[in-house]
Design a protein around this ligand. Structure first.
Ligand code: PGA
Length: 260
C-alpha cells in the first residue's frame, strides 16, 4: 500500500504568497507520486488558491470541520462545505484543538461521524500526554505490568470514545501522535510506534469491524528520522507539522519517501 504523507501547516504561514511557495515545493517534486500519497492541510483561508489548480496531483485536507451539518454556528466550517469545495481529507481531534479549544472526546466523536457522512476521509489524532506513560508503557512490556499498558490503555480509551457508534468505515485513518513528541524535537522510537500501530489496528478490527485502516505516526517527524518511521509495514505514513513549513525539509522528506 502507498504510504500516506500529510503536511499539517497548523496556523502557518502568514501570507498567501508564502503559502504558495510551500505548496510549490511539494507540487514541483514529482517522483513521490509513484509510491506515496501526499496531502497538504493548510489553514482554510488558503484552500481556494490550491483547489483551483488544474491537474492537481496532491490531495488537499482541512485541519478541522464542525459537527453540525449547517446552521447558526458563527465561525465554523461544515464538513459538507469542505467536501463540496473539493477537499478530500480532514484532520479531527488534533491534540492542539483538544488542549486549546477544549474539544472533548464527545465533540470529536460527533465531528468524525458528520465528516464521514459528508464523504470526507477522516484523520483522527490520538496519543498519550506524557512521555513516561508512553515510553515505559511500550518498552517494558513484559517486565513491569503496572506500566505496561500506560500508553496503550490511554489510546484504547480514546478510540472507544472517539469512534462511538462507528463501524465498518474504510475512510477512517488514525494518526498516533504521542503528545509529548509533538513539536518537541524528540520522537517515539519507530519500534514503539509500530507496536502502537499494530495495537490500534487490532482494536479497530475487533471493536469497530474496520479492516485495512491506515495508521500513521506523528510527532517531530523530519527529513532525518522519517525513513525509520516509514519502514515498519504497520506504519502507513506520517503526519508532519513543523518540518512541513520548511521547503528544504519538505524536499528531503519527499525524496526519502520516493526512494523507500
Ligand atoms: P510536529 O507536529 O511534526 O511539529 O511535531 C505534528 C502534528 O502536530 O501533527
Amino acid at each position: 500500500m502507498k504510504k500516506l504523507i500529510i503536511f499539517n501547516w497548523k496556523m502557518n504561514p502568514d501570507s498567501p504568497k508564502e503559502a504558495q511557495k510551500l505548496f510549490d515545493a511539494v507540487m514541483n517534486f514529482k517522483s513521490y507520486i509513484l509510491n506515496s500519497e501526499v496531502v497538504i492541510a493548510p489553514p482554510s483561508v488558503y484552500l481556494p488558491q490550491f483547489l483551483e489548480i488544474k491537474n492537481l496531483k496532491l490531495k488537499i485536507g482541512a485541519q478541522n470541520s464542525f459537527w453540525a451539518d449547517k446552521g447558526a454556528y458563527t465561525g465554523e466550517i461544515s464538513a459538507k462545505m469542505l467536501k463540496n469545495f473539493g477537499v478530500e481529507y480532514v484532520i479531527v481531534g488534533h491534540s492542539e484543538r483538544r488542549q486549546w479549544l477544549g474539544e472533548t472526546d464527545e465533540v470529536v466523536n460527533k465531528k468524525i461521524l458528520t465528516a464521514l457522512k459528508a464523504g470526507l476521509k477522516v484523520i483522527l489524532c490520538v496519543g498519550e500526554p506524557t512521555q513516561s506513560a508512553g515510553q515505559r508503557g511500550l518498552k517494558r512490556r513484559t517486565t513491569q505490568k503496572g506500566n505496561v499498558w500506560g500508553a496503550k490503555n490511554y489510546v484504547k480509551k480514546q478510540l472507544k470514545k472517539d469512534l462511538k457508534n462507528l463501524s465498518l468505515n474504510s475512510r477512517l485513518i488514525i494518526a498516533y501522535e504521542p503528545i509529548w513528541a509533538i513539536g518537541a524535537g524528540r520522537t517515539d522510537t519507530p519500534e514503539n510506534a509500530a507496536e502502537m500501530a499494530r495495537f490500534i489496528k487490532k482494536i479497530l478490527h475487533s471493536k469497530f469491524y474496520i479492516l485495512n485502516s491506515r495508521v500513521l505516526y506523528g510527532g517531530s517527524v523530519n527529513s532525518k528520522n522519517i525513513a525509520g518511521f516509514l519502514k515498519p509495514p504497520e506504519i502507513d505514513g506520517a503526519l508532519i507539522g513543523g518540518a512541513s513549513l520548511k521547503t528544504g525539509e519538505v524536499k528531503k522528506i519527499l525524496e526519502t519517501t520516493a526512494n523507500l
